[in-house]
Design a protein around this ligand. Sequence first.
Ligand SMILES: Cc1ncc(COP(=O)(O)O)c(C=O)c1O
Length: 428
Amino acid sequence: MKDIVPAPPPVVRNDVAAIQTLFQQNVVPSYGRFDLVLSHGAGCSLYDITGRRYLDLGGGIAVNSLGHAHPAITEALAEQSRKIIYCSNFYYHEPQGRLAQALVSLIGPGKCFFCNSGVEANEGLFKLARKFGHDEGRFEILTTLNSFHGRTLAAIAATGQEKVKKGFAPAVPGFRHVPFNDLKAMREAISPATAAIMIEGIQGEGGVLPATPDYLLGLRRLCDEKKLLLLMDSVQCGHFRSGRFQSYQRILEAVPGGETFLPDGISMAKSLGGGFPIGAFWVRAPYADLLSAGSHGTTYGGSPLACAVALKILEVIARENLAANARQVGAQFKSRLEELARKYPAIIQKVRGLGLMLGMELAPAMPQLPGDPAKTPAVRFINLLHAAGLLAIPAGTHVIRFLPPLNLRPAEAEEGLKMLESVLANLV
Ligand SMILES: Cc1ncc(COP(=O)(O)O)c(C=O)c1O
């Protein structure tokens, strides 16, 4: 296989402090950033501006589906931008029509709406639910504890985590949360005002927690019985990350009747554009025309450029069989993580996830980690991984997430595991 490790920067600079100062002086400090200043990469390899290489198993939080600087993405961007980068949604163009067709054929009968991010896709589904329930006075959407649905006012109201809501009261009305994977709690929470239920197939920010097959099938039955929309936020867990296009397809594949399961709406973003901003939602056929002309829109959504990139990514995933790769390399990575959990039980409490969406939960009573005690154990552990040359993503206070590109090679997974083990061995 072609070696995709990139060359270091031709001119190595140590402008880390100067660039960080630019941020401190000019950028709103709404992110807790790690100390790295990145320069360029290829595949799963990234360089910082000092010339140090990292293995990127965080994948931009499940965004870089084909890794960094994939030539097919570069080519699609160049080719489409020579024709037309943007035209308003007053007009038709081929890439948006073709992308909608591709997503519908991967999910099921329905239609798609295009936007620019995950939170916008969810916002569209919230509006769909309100429109659906409007004539009966129903507006409420039930979501789950520890969910994450984005950062707009409606999305923080939908998100089942107090920390994202703090300081932004009053909350957008019409959202309530119940425990995840608890069908009984969901049934009991339904009120005469309820119009929809939204869940993630695999909770991402909540710590990589897959829905159980019984939960998914039970929610479908419950929504049919109570005339509710079943909405799935697939922004993080979708796009073949689990080994199937949608995580529910993977979770239900071995379950009798599972292949016929279909939600009523699905939000997508992240891996859909591989780093180029694009979001989308799919809505099942009976509800596909609820959002009629003039009821919803966005200037940039579904631009020719964004859609051309998303189409190219789908083409590469199919041609290179990356769904199977996510499944196989993910299974190998997970079983090696489980071995490490057995070898280092004082540090690793649990390993969870499907395909290339994996979480490693740190034990609550693990040895004291070096670093700022004000930071969570997950953040301090990630800092140790960085020092070993590995990028991964924290979730909550104790979970380390691996969300690498779908074309991760077995040798790269092995390299990452060796770096991880060097950190673990130093802690005991
Ligand atoms: C499950 C889920 N939904 C929604 C979002 C929001 O997506 P975006 O940041 O693109 O708005 C995220 C982002 O992490 C997510 O993980």
